[in-house]
Write a new protein. Structure first.
Length: 132
């Protein structure tokens, strides 16, 4: 494994491999003892095999569009959009730790676009966000 690649490149490859359903390739970018937290659903994924399986077993019909990746040392932040055919669109803000060419920890915040409607009191102060 090429451990000289930059942390941002690891995350770029992670999203590309996930999008391609390259589960073996995805696993190559994940540490054996990775810990991934999903606070929105109060779940923790422990271990490479579980992380890959959670993603591989997700029902089909999704695609991934990377909106941005920013890195500072071994910390990488990515924002992606995950539309589901005939269903909701997810937005994901992920905070990755990459060491020696693999992800060792992540915290990902998954939410649905327009899944948390603006409360009535705030509507006079905001405008709808363009989607797509």
């Amino acid at each position: 494994m090429d451990v000289t690649r930059a942390p941002a490149q690891v995350i770029e490859r992670l999203w590309a491999r996930m999008s391609a359903r390259d589960w073996t390739g995805l696993g190559e970018l994940i540490a054996e003892d990775v810990v991934v937290d999903w606070p929105s659903s109060a779940e923790r994924i422990v271990g490479r095999a579980n992380y890959v399986a959670v993603n591989a077993e997700y029902p089909e019909g999704w695609s991934i569009r990377v909106l941005g990746i920013v890195a500072d040392g071994d910390r990488v932040v990515s924002e992606v959009e995950v539309p589901m055919e005939g269903a909701e669109t997810f937005r994901v803000a992920s905070f990755w730790t990459v060491r020696d060419g693999v992800v060792t920890h992540a915290t990902e915040y998954w939410t649905t676009v327009d899944g948390d409607p603006s409360p009535e009191w705030r509507r006079r102060l905001v405008e709808p966000m363009p989607l797509g």
